[in-house]
Design a binder for this molecule. Structure first.
Ligand SMILES: *[C@@H]1O[C@H](CO)[C@@H](O)[C@H](O)[C@H]1NC(C)=O
Ligand SMILES: *[C@@H]1O[C@H](CO)[C@@H](O)[C@H](O)[C@H]1NC(C)=O
Length: 259
């Protein structure tokens, strides 16, 4: 197993203490009935955890509404991605927070192999995630450095949230690297500018707050570094979205791999 130390300088991935603590406090007014429900939830979580495998599913639901909106969005978008990419979904690399959840979901699709890169140190992981990491399916790696994969190792690379934390200086290197390791394209999920929220916790954890850029900013940036939109994928994705009444909560871009 090749788990590399993440970013010794700790600019980016400070110890992920907060990673799985889905911030938002549930409610401020605690009524007895609320307590009963919470107690019930706790029991369910507890028994799930106890049974090993699928623990944390409830957590993942709350996290979809929490810090990592777009990693949750990838999970929702899988059927649409499947329609847009077809056979190109056979070997997928997911890059972004909550990669264990995305990879587990991908692995449940038929004829899909999946790997993940978690860009931040993770600590409080469930047993499912631990076993994915042990098997090398998910690794923790700083994406500011070249990814430890050969060119075109994956058919499709899906990246969520992670790019919002990188400055243009690093995006300049990371994005071409994602294009390098993919063969049939990159699907990028980023936050919408309206989702911008200044979170002090982010700064201590990632070195900087997430910056949600506009669609025109991204389009210009992609062309600056010579990454082209995959128009066929975009079109198919849009058609499938309309058909399936799917409305993404993130911006989604489809880029071509390097020739
Ligand atoms: C990123 O790369 C482009 C093209 O190579 C260059 O014009 C731009 O100045 C770079 N930006 C940064 C922040 O390094
Ligand atoms: C564009 O997307 C299609 C899937 O819709 C994929 O088959 C094709 O390989 C992609 N092209 C490039 C150059 O990445």
């Amino acid at each position: 197993m090749s788990r590399r130390p993440v970013n010794p300088s700790r600019r980016f991935g400070d110890s992920g203490g907060g990673l799985f603590s889905s911030s938002k406090s549930r409610s401020s007014s605690i009524l007895p009935i609320g307590l009963v429900i919470l107690g019930g939830l706790f029991l369910i979580v507890y028994t799930h955890k106890g049974s090993g495998g699928s623990g944390g599913r409830l957590d993942s639901v709350s996290r979809i509404e929490g810090d990592y909106l777009c990693s949750g969005e990838v999970q929702r978008a899988l059927p649409i991605l499947q329609k847009a990419y077809g056979d190109s979904m056979h070997k997928v690399l997911h890059v972004g927070p909550d990669s264990c959840f995305v990879v587990s979901k991908l692995l449940r699709q038929e004829e899909t192999e999946a790997w993940g890169v978690e860009p931040y140190d993770i600590e409080d992981v469930d047993s499912n995630c631990k076993s994915l990491i042990r098997r090398g399916s998910v690794r923790v790696a700083d994406i500011k450095f070249p990814l430890p994969y050969r060119p075109k190792s994956f058919s499709l690379v899906v990246v969520s949230d992670a790019l919002d934390y990188l400055s243009p200086r690093y995006l300049n290197k990371t994005l071409p690297d994602l294009a390098r390791v993919s063969a049939d394209g990159i699907a990028i999920f980023t936050g919408l500018p309206t989702q911008q929220k200044a979170k002090v916790a982010d700064v201590s954890k990632f070195g900087r707050a997430a910056k949600m850029r506009s669609s025109s900013w991204w389009t210009k940036f992609f062309s600056q570094i010579n990454l082209e939109e995959n128009e066929s994928a975009s079109k198919k994705f849009e058609q499938a979205s309309t058909k399936g009444s799917y409305e993404p909560k993130c911006q989604i871009f489809h880029l071509k791999s390097l020739p």
